[in-house]
Design a protein around this ligand. Structure first.
Ligand SMILES: Cc1ncc(COP(=O)(O)O)c(C=O)c1O
Length: 453
């Protein structure tokens, strides 16, 4: 192991040793237990589209740390912008505004025209929490309508099981709602009572809930990207907009994953539906920790309401830290450069990868539909792109998905080793890397399919 950080991690030299130390000192052995997976690789270095583990093995990375690295890992241009912020006499001022946060807000509004005002947080979870609070303050209502198969952060209001089994969630109901399965212990009953869960692409169920309950907001990813890539059917997002207008609920698009990965203007610029509020994170700062919330002025200005009883609190010592703002500014500038040239390249490479994967699966007689949204993709082993989580549960070959992921990892292609997790292509993936990925997939598939026959 060669990196300075690794050298400083005591005498640990290899993955097994570092994992052992983790089990000794960290609750659960790793930070964020959703990162605890098998194989328990320990990555110590990253650059562009490549990762290296503690043993020096190289991997092409399609996990991208759950998607933020749109320009690739450790991008020299983004790092240079952060270094400049250091040289420019950075400090976490904690009083008044800063040039970094003002410039970031300006660029965000330029990129996503629906954002009449913005605020800045450290994470996507904070941004969704603020969106819910704004919606409740605005409507005077408490209930929330969320989507089965969506993820919107770790806090009490939204932490429900993302991939429940059929036994847990029960058969499809429409119109109707599902029991909320908490993703965590310690969630109070009041939070559970206020949440209503319906299937994606099911407007009848949305209306069913809106009719019966005082719903403050409908909060959804516009494309479900925590169960792969599940796209809205034609008219679904427009229907959500119309129902929110009819029943007086705030429409919130969680663009933490889709924002800046689907397109510069977020998925809302692709579908043409205007939410009242939008939240962002991940790719916005290319891996530096930053979230944002923005939307209609009348909602956003509640953060600064003159009347104290109407004012919505937003606070956080590290909000709009100059380093993370500098990273986001540099990321947005790059994404905007040359009329979005980065997006053209990302689209073309990801489309080639997806077409190549489909061809590879077809050639081996494996039923597959590779779903793509911009530079995000997921291969489903079923004969159509899914419309919701029940569709995936009913038709996807989870076992083949799991075995294929493990087999390509052994060949140096890193995809998160859990079925239905999104793959992410970065601007650092070139044609040669796409070719290598396709070749490795074809090789391992031969072995997997032969073994099955
Ligand atoms: C769609 C979506 N919303 C919100 C979040 C929460 O963001 P963070 O992990 O930055 O708190 C995530 C994280 O994966 C996400 O995918």
């Amino acid at each position: 192991m060669t990196t300075q950080v690794a050298a400083r991690a005591g005498s640990a030299r290899n993955s097994a040793e570092i994992n052992r130390l983790g089990e000794t000192h960290l609750a659960g052995g790793v930070v964020s237990l959703n990162r605890k997976v098998d194989p328990a690789l320990v990555f110590v270095r990253a650059r562009g589209c490549r990762l290296w583990d503690a043993e020096g093995r190289e991997y092409l990375d399609y996990h991208a740390a759950f998607a933020p690295h749109l320009l690739g890992h450790n991008d020299p241009g983004i790092n240079a912008a952060v270094a400049r912020a250091m040289e420019d006499g950075w400090s976490l001022m904690g009083a008044g505004t800063t040039p970094w946060e003002v410039e970031l807000a300006r660029l965000l509004r330029e990129a996503v025209p629906n954002l009449e005002r913005v605020q800045i947080t450290n994470t996507g979870s904070e941004a969704t929490a603020h969106a819910i609070r704004l919606a409740r303050a605005h409507t005077g209502r408490e209930d929330l309508l969320l989507t089965l198969g969506g993820y919107n952060g770790w806090h009490n209001e939204v932490a429900r099981a993302v991939m429940p089994s059929l036994e847990q969630v029960g058969p499809r109901v429409s119109p109707g709602e599902y029991r909320w399965l908490p993703l965590s212990a310690g969630i109070p009953a009041a939070s559970r009572r206020s949440l209503h869960l319906v299937n994606f692409n099911d407007l009848d169920s949305v209306e069913y809930v809106l009719r019966r309950h005082e719903v403050a907001c409908v909060l959804t990813e516009p494309v479900l990207q925590n169960i792969g890539i599940v796209k809205p059917q034609p008219g679904y997002l427009e229907g959500l907009r119309a129902l929110c207008d009819r029943y007086g609920a705030v429409l919130v698009f969680d663009e933490v994953k889709t924002g800046f990965r689907s397109a510069l203007g977020g998925y809302q610029s692709v579908c043409g539906v205007k939410p009242d509020l939008s939240v962002f994170g991940k790719a916005l700062a290319n891996g530096y920790p930053l979230g944002a919330i923005g939307g209609k002025r009348e909602l956003m200005e509640l953060f600064a309401a003159a009347e104290a009883s109407k004012r919505v609190l937003i606070a956080g010592t590290y909000n709009a830290h100059p380093f993370t703002c500098a990273a986001a500014i540099a990321t947005l500038e790059r994404l905007m450069a040359e009329h979005g040239a980065v997006y053209k390249q990302l689209e073309a490479r990801t489309a080639r990868l997806c077409a190549g994967l489909e061809e590879t699966f077809n050639a081996r007689g494996v039923k597959a539909a590779v779903s793509r949204n911009g530079s995000a993709f997921c291969a489903y082993f079923m004969d159509h792109e899914p419309r919701d989580w029940h569709d995936i549960l009913a038709h996807h070959d989870f076992e083949l998905d799991r075995r294929l992921r493990l087999a390509v990892i052994e060949r140096g292609i890193y995809q998160f080793p859990m079925p239905c997790k999104q793959g992410s292509v970065s601007a650092a993936h070139g044609d040669a890397e796409i070719d290598r990925t396709l070749e490795a997939t074809a090789e391992v598939l031969k072995g997997l399919v032969n073994r099955e026959q």
